[in-house]
Design a protein around this ligand. Structure first.
Ligand code: COA
Ligand code: AMP
Length: 636
């Protein structure tokens, strides 16, 4: 594709999506060329590359070995917590993956079967994902910070034949045994997987269940390597569960063809990297960023990827990121703004940075939450390199808006992820569903079809896909975010339109936390809101009304509630603060005024809602929040 300016490339992608992505698809290996690049026969369910056959693992590994990249590093595992650095060339990684694929196959995993991966940040997690892709099995990675109940919900929905896990995760200074969580999840689930493969780590020896559990190392000793199998471009590569508005997560489906094409294109055009460059996404394979930019995109494009098992601070110090960049010649880093806030808090003058050679480093990309201008400017100042905020979500799998450094670097406006990435027809709608032409605030949508790589549907649930994303505004995909486009075409993502909150770049549903609180025997009513936090962006805050006649102390109950959310959702929810209130503010029709309570907790001015049932309740809430240390403001 010839080099064009942003505007021409963007227009071309919107006016002729089939031509645009058909051209991009030529960079990949296909067993059978697609018959239809953009298949719109089942509108609004669009499919990309129908009739084509591909294998994502082949494109990520084998093809590079065959084209002479076998001796190049494919993966660098750097774990300051396990004190290990381990490197794999493309040939070595291909061989490990082919063997593990053999182990899966000989243990009954076939094309189309689901495999749940519940692993810490070790190379074996990446090997497991690619091995599934190799044999056409559909992986579903569950983040290690989720509790057994969340894992059980995913087991029941995905119905895996196999689970892959490890004996433990290393979380900062903590050792978290994973096997008891896995065993409990299987016990809670109504669907039972046939087998589990466990990767034993030296820190914890997991107890194995006879007849069900298999040891990773033993399997690898006796397994024979197997080849990639062709799958339909439209076949699912993986299912990744993400928070919805209820306690039941949504199983985002990713197909093989569209995903590989989009990610391969993104490496050059968004991140401006070349094959052979070192690309580091400091995230976790349990999140979409990990799927796309730790595993698939860097490998499909022929880069070296870094798997980092550590934190930005405390493992051992706020120079951790700079050490990894210098030691492994990282060219591009991708992480969440919260990581930079954590570094800034501990090392505001970036003293640690001075110790490291950053000469190979070219750009920083931030996503996962809104990037506050302060953090952006601090990162720019200390790094003296482009800092790019880009916006995307689990559903899209890659950036919807970015400053595409590989097309045309545009001036940065702090607070904006710049402009829509080619392929994404982003619009802002008003309450009546009309496109807002000026810089007005509204609901952000993407005109259909979505580009390749975005979700074609939800796992086994076309109906929920339609009702969650397509029904609100026919012809558009609802992103769930609200914001505006300014006079220069820059996009601003300001808030969610649902009850999703963003805690340290992790997407969580306050609805699911409310379900947990409501299950406490002493709780009559509850609400969870996301309040602003300087480090994590947002933190959940619970407010509960007790049933009449409860005589136990508030503290006792609050402690139990905090423990319940940790046990049922997981530590990742960071649910640590709750308070007992007499009543919750509601509208006359009974809707809890969560938005108003959030404004009070955040110290923002708010207008008395016209539909409020009893304005006095807001005074009580203000008082309770002030007792918790929030600087509540009065009504204007
Ligand atoms: N397994 C088990 N527990 C986990 C876990 C995992 N994989 N990941 C997180 N947890 C636990 C943490 O130990 C912590 O437990 P605690 O309440 O006992 O302290 C809790 O879940 C919350 O974790 P986290 O939100 O990560 O907070 P933190 O205080 O440990 O670290 C940051 C804060 C900002 C340093 C960290 O969130 C970070 O590096 N974030 C940026 C990168 C990123 O993850 N981005 C994701 C999307 S791109
Ligand atoms: P997730 O699906 O976990 O990636 O979360 C996606 C959500 O995080 C988006 O819908 C936004 O609400 C938020 N988000 C991600 N990246 C950005 C960004 N760059 N700016 C603003 N919000 C973001």
């Amino acid at each position: 594709m010839s080099k064009l300016d942003y505007k021409s490339l963007y227009n071309q992608s919107i006016q002729d999506p089939a031509g645009f992505w058909g051209e991009a698809a030529k960079s990949l290996h296909w067993y059978t060329q697609p018959v239809k690049v953009l298949d719109d026969t089942r509108k609004p369910f669009y499919r990309w590359f129908s009739g084509g056959e591909i294998n994502t693992c082949y494109n990520a590994l084998d093809r590079h070995v065959e084209e002479g990249r076998g001796e190049q590093l494919a993966l660098i595992y750097d774990s300051p917590v396990a004190n290990i650095v381990k490197k794999y060339t493309y040939s070595e990684l291909r061989d490990q993956v082919a063997k593990f694929a053999g182990a899966l196959h000989s243990n009954g995993v076939a094309k189309g079967d689901r495999v749940i991966i519940y692993m810490p940040m070790v190379p074996e997690a990446v090997i497991a994902m690619l091995a599934c892709a190799r044999i056409g099995a559909i992986h579903s990675v569950v983040f290690g910070g989720f509790a057994s109940k969340e894992l059980a919900t995913r087991i029941n929905d995905a119905k895996p034949v196999m689970m892959i896990s490890a004996s433990c995760g290393l979380e900062g200074k903590k050792v978290v045994p994973y096997k008891p969580l896995l065993d409990e999840a299987i016990q809670l689930a109504t669907h039972k997987p046939d087998k589990c493969i466990i990767f034993q780590r030296p820190q914890v020896q997991a107890t194995m269940q006879e007849g069900r559990d298999l040891d990773w190392a033993t399997l690898m000793l006796k397994s024979a390597a197997i080849d990639c199998v062709p799958v339909a471009a439209t076949d699912p590569l993986y299912v990744l569960y993400t928070s919805g508005t209820t306690g039941i997560p949504k199983g985002v489906v990713r197909d093989n063809g569209g995903h590989a094409v989009a990610l391969n294109w993104s490496m050059k055009h968004i991140y401006n990297v070349q094959p052979g460059d070192v690309f580091w996404a400091a995230s976790d394979v349990g999140w979409v960023v990990g799927h796309s930019y730790i595993v698939y995109a860097p490998l499909i494009y022929g880069c070296t990827t870094v798997v980092y098992e550590g934190k930005p601070v405390g493992t051992p110090d706020p120079g951790a990121f700079w050490r990894v960049i210098a030691e492994h010649n990282v060219n591009v880093l991708f992480t969440a703004p919260t990581a930079f806030r954590a570094i800034k808090k501990e090392d505001p003058n970036a003293e640690y940075l001075k110790k490291y050679d950053m000469s190979n480093f070219r750009a920083l990309f931030l996503a996962g939450e809104r990037c506050d201008p302060d953090t952006l400017q601090w990162a720019q100042e200390i790094l003296q390199k482009p800092v790019v905020d880009h916006w995307w979500q689990t559903e899209t799998g890659w950036a919807i808006a970015a400053n595409c450094l590989g097309i045309e670097a545009m001036p940065i406006k702090p607070g904006s992820p710049t402009k829509p990435v080619p392929g994404h027809a982003v619009c802002v709608l008003d309450e009546t569903g009309q496109e807002i032409k000026g810089a007005g605030m509204g609901t952000i949508v993407i005109r259909l079809p979505l580009p390749p790589g975005c979700l074609p549907t939800l796992w086994n649930n076309d109906e929920r896909f339609k009702s969650s994303y397509l029904d609100a505004h026919p012809g558009y995909y609802l992103t769930g975010d609200a914001g505006y486009i300014d006079e220069d075409g820059y996009l601003y993502i300001m808030s969610r339109i649902d009850d999703i909150i963003n805690v340290a770049g992790h997407r969580l549903s306050t609805g699911s936390m409310e379900e947990v609180l409501a299950s406490h025997p002493d709780v009559a009513e509850c609400a969870v809101i996301g309040v602003s936090d300087q480090l994590k962006g947002e933190l959940p805050l619970g407010m509960v009304v007790l049933k009449s006649g409860v005589s136990r102390s508030d503290k006792e109950i609050v402690d139990e509630l905090v423990k319940m959310v940790r046990d049922k959702i997981g530590p990742v929810a960071s649910f640590k603060v709750a308070t007992v209130v007499k009543r919750l503010p509601k509208t006359r029709s009974g809707k809890i005024l969560r938005g108003t309570m959030k404004k009070i907790a955040d110290g923002q001015e708010y207008k008395m809602p016209a539909t409020i049932d009893d304005p006095m309740i807001l005074d009580e809430i203000t008082e309770s929040l002030e007792q918790l240390g929030y600087h509540a403001r009065v009504v204007v």
